[in-house]
Design a binder for this molecule. Structure first.
Ligand SMILES: CC(C)(COP(=O)(O)OP(=O)(O)OC[C@H]1O[C@@H](n2cnc3c(N)ncnc32)[C@H](O)[C@@H]1OP(=O)(O)O)[C@@H](O)C(=O)NCCC(=O)NCCS
Length: 157
């Protein structure tokens, strides 16, 4: 799958350094949404978890981390390096998540996103809608807390 010169492919635990480089560049520490390397590396080998990378040439510029359990799939993380944003890579990774989740048998998709994150617009445009709110779910670098929205979308295989 290709968007302009971006390719979207499966990743693995071997890509953890590239994932963390994108993570550190893309997420603003003020909001407390990023994961640590041990959190990512601990989850990746688990059943039902898959990593998708967006590459420009050999270089990773974005990734998504997802999990499927029976008919439910969750988008755990989605990030694109700042210098590669606003050119369709986030949407391409989200589309890949939706297609891959369907291929793995999922019928319901969900994700958590900080209330106020620009990504909400991306998710809404892809058909996700708000089904819940978790108060004070994220804690930013200065101790400020932010609600998480739970967004969901049904798909039909
Ligand atoms: C959210 C994120 C992955 C989007 O990646 P991206 O490659 O820029 O996304 P796209 O170029 O596909 O954008 C698709 C649409 O989303 C919306 N959007 C994305 N970023 C936006 C921003 N900063 N402000 C307003 N709208 C935005 C727009 O509607 C955009 O379409 P447009 O560019 O035609 O206006 C990226 O901004 C990111 O990594 N953010 C930090 C990490 C994060 O918060 N991830 C989401 C929670 S896990």
């Amino acid at each position: 799958m290709t968007t302009a010169e971006i390719s979207i492919d499966a990743g693995s635990l071997l890509d953890i350094e590239a994932v963390m480089a994108v993570m550190d560049d893309s997420f603003d520490a003020a909001f407390g949404e990023a994961w640590t390397a041990p959190q990512c590396a601990g989850l990746m080998p688990m059943a039902g978890v898959w990593l998708t990378l967006a590459r420009r040439g050999d270089e990773a510029v974005g990734f998504s981390l997802s999990r499927v359990v029976l008919r439910e799939a969750e988008l755990l993380l989605l990030a694109v390096r700042r210098d590669a944003q606003r050119s369709g890579t986030g949407r391409a990774l989200l589309d890949a998540f939706i297609h891959s989740a369907a291929a793995r048998g999922a019928e319901h998709l969900h994700l958590e996103v900080r209330d106020g994150n620009a990504a909400v617009k991306l998710y809404s445009a892809a058909g996700f809608s708000e089904v819940g709110r978790r108060p004070a779910y994220y804690r930013g670098s200065d101790g400020q807390v932010f609600d998480a929205l739970t967004l969901a979308k049904s798909i039909h295989n």
